[in-house]
Design a protein around this ligand. Structure first.
Ligand code: NAD
Ligand code: DAO
Ligand code: ZN
Length: 369
């Protein structure tokens, strides 16, 4: 079939809207009509050429929602008409990683997904006879895409596509980091570095579990209002305080954070996030993705004295199990999404969504088909 897609022909160039060819689903695969997709920093990171694993030409996008149109042989967990969210972290429920119960990093299709291919080692997309790579196993910047069955979460059919597409990455990453990775408990004090599309979801996750003090740290004062709406109790702009940021945060929290989250991708901030944690028990979770080749450092005594450093991918969420629950939380009003979607536009304007992101003017832009 033919479908409309925004194609990244090469790094550093704007996306081009094309009618591309899409082969139907093979065994274990599903054809999905994408109804809406968010535009995330990770798409921009890959498009910029800074992603060492970036492959071109490709169809980017990993934060979508849509409807199942057709299933390949052997598919049992979804059927035509089901509403779904594509998962860049699949959940096969059979691999060593899934069965461990200790991680959400299913490895069932890791090797081929990392090469921009379907599990059989081929691509379903092409343009004028030239193969196009899949992206993060999703390629949601296309009106139609093909995914493995294990990469689809079936969701409430009443959930609005143009809102819950954000659960495909940002919401789950932020809220999940609080619930599934850090296991923040009621009454805890929490410090969140970076109040963008991820950090604001960490804030609302912390509010949802009943955290006491929720401190937001950002150099952009414009982020203060939205963060307060999502549950932030104290705001710190590193450019407006006297002296050392870590000392300031330790004093503000009465000894240090029980939990801190780095939601920027800055290795210097990652260090501050660890070191503002409480001696003896503070846990710092890295969410931000740092540039290729960058390294983190601290004095080992920070760890010897009881602080813990960890990271999280997709908020530690097991996609097929947890994503439908997060959509239900939205439908029941336990979490908010609508105010975070600051811009909605058609596929033809997708390059504007990247511009708004780079200018810091959007939290999330959503493309509707
Ligand atoms: P964003 O640009 O929307 O937000 C970043 C925020 O950090 C902005 O508000 C900015 O003003 C602030 N900031 C920048 N430098 C700062 C500094 N030195 N001190 C304090 N604040 C500073 O980005 P986002 O979409 O929220 O993504 C955040 C990070 O999370 C990115 O690195 C992204 O790649 C990563 N990410 C990780 C996962 C995962 O699974 N681990 C998933 C999605 C995104
Ligand atoms: O299993 O080795 C692996 C890779 C898992 C990739 C997880 C993605 C990490 C977060 C990147 C940003 C996502 C938008
Ligand atoms: Zn698995």
């Amino acid at each position: 079939m033919k479908t409309r897609a925004a194609v990244a022909m090469e790094a550093g160039k704007p996306l081009v809207i094309e009618e591309v060819d899409l082969d139907g689903p093979k065994a274990g695969e599903v054809l999905v009509e994408i109804k809406a997709t968010g535009v995330c920093h990770t798409d921009a990171f890959t498009l910029s050429g800074a992603d060492p694993e970036g492959l071109f030409p490709t169809i980017l996008g990993h934060e979508g929602a849509g409807v199942v149109l057709e299933v390949g042989a052997g598919v049992t967990s979804v059927q035509p008409g089901d509403h779904v969210i594509p998962l860049y972290t699949p959940e096969c429920r059979q691999c060593e990683y899934c069965l461990s119960g200790k991680t959400n990093l299913c490895q069932a299709i890791r090797a081929t997904q990392g090469k921009g291919l379907m599990p059989d080692g081929t691509s379903r997309f092409s343009l004028n006879g030239r193969m196009l790579h899949h992206y993060m196993g999703c390629s949601t910047f296309a009106n139609h895409t093909v995914l493995p069955e294990i990469s689809l979460a079936k969701i409430d059919p009443d959930a609005p596509f143009d809102k819950v597409c954000y659960v495909g990455c940002g919401v789950t990453t932020g809220v999940g980091a609080v619930l599934y990775t850090a296991h923040v408990e009621p009454g805890a004090n929490v410090v969140v570095f970076g109040l963008g599309g991820i950090g604001l979801n960490v804030i609302q996750g912390a509010r949802m579990v009943g955290a006491d003090m929720i401190v937001g740290v950002d150099i952009n004062p414009a982020r203060r209002e939205m963060a307060a709406r999502f549950g932030m109790t104290h705001f710190v702009n590193p450019n407006e305080i006297d002296g050392d940021l870590v000392a300031h945060l330790v004093e503000l929290t009465g000894g240090g954070a029980d939990y801190s989250f780095e939601c920027i991708g800055n290795v210097n901030v990652m260090r501050a996030a660890l070191e503002c944690c409480h001696k003896g028990w503070g846990v710092s979770t890295i969410i931000g993705v740092a540039g290729a080749g960058q390294e983190i450092s601290t004095r080992p005594f920070q760890l010897v004295t009881g602080r813990k450093w960890q990271g999280t991918a997709f908020g530690g969420a097991r996609g097929r199990t947890d994503v439908p629950k997060i959509v239900d939380w939205y439908m029941k009003g336990r979490i908010e999404i609508d105010p975070l979607i600051t811009h909605v536009m058609p596929l033809e304007r997708i390059n504007d969504a990247f511009d708004l992101m780079h200018e810091g003017k959007s939290i999330r832009s959503v493309i509707t088909f």
